[in-house]
Design a protein. Sequence first.
Length: 283
Amino acid sequence: MTKKIGYLGPKGTFTKLAVDWAFPNAETHGFNTIPECIDAVNNGTVDAGVVPLENAIEGTVHLTIDYLVHQVRLPIVAELVVPIEQHLLLNKDFKGELGDIEEVLSHSHAIAQCHQFIHKELPQAKIEFANSTGRAAEIVASSDRSQAAIGNVLAAKEYGLKIARENIHDYPNNHTRFAVLTKAEEPMRPDHESQSEKTTLLVTLPTDNPGALHQVLSAFSWRKMNLSKIESRPTKTGLGDYFFIIDVNQPYDDALFPGVQSELEALGCDITLLGTYSVFNMK
Ligand SMILES: O=C(O)C(=O)Cc1ccccc1
């Protein structure tokens, strides 16, 4: 049976590019927001969902991590790494110059990836945030105002926009990590070669244990477990309370990880597995 994949939509987003590459035969469903997409996986409307997790220029997509940690826990079953090229998109009927653009619309991460460009080339433009780059393109397509969107080639094609300036992101090597989420026991696997395996953990430290973070890191280090990311986020229970997202560069196993777990629990930490998964790099 054809699988249904939810994504941060509408058509023309970077998430859609990731889905088309990873699951070309799936039935795709675009959602307006990241929480709506995650909810759809949780309530079974779709078999799996793809949402942005982290960008090389702008960092973690907090909405995704926070919704997964605080609202709906779903396992990460794969990671898709997608090159990101941002372009300035205009309505076909717009006849002016860049200096005539009054508003520039996009997802907050896309705006952040192009701050220098906007600062230098569009200093007069008001910045408007949209739920996704695809949504920004959709708005500009039906607008008779002097608006521009920041988005990709697919958005230009889907919404009939012209590309006024190519590659306007401020730094090269712009990539975004997307998480594939599902409750399915046997998740669909992208039909591509995986480059590596990773495990993502959620760790909460005890508040009354000085040096706890150092001890947490030691539990990984003496086992020679390589960490590729550690990031703190507020627990939302009070100022100064944090949890840590830790990415380990290896798959979950029945020896090292349970060892780390009991060591951390003895320190008074809470430790939860958010996913162990293969990483797929779209070239
Ligand atoms: O808005 C989109 O197109 C997304 O898929 C989220 C996003 C935004 C900016 C860079 C990468 C992904």
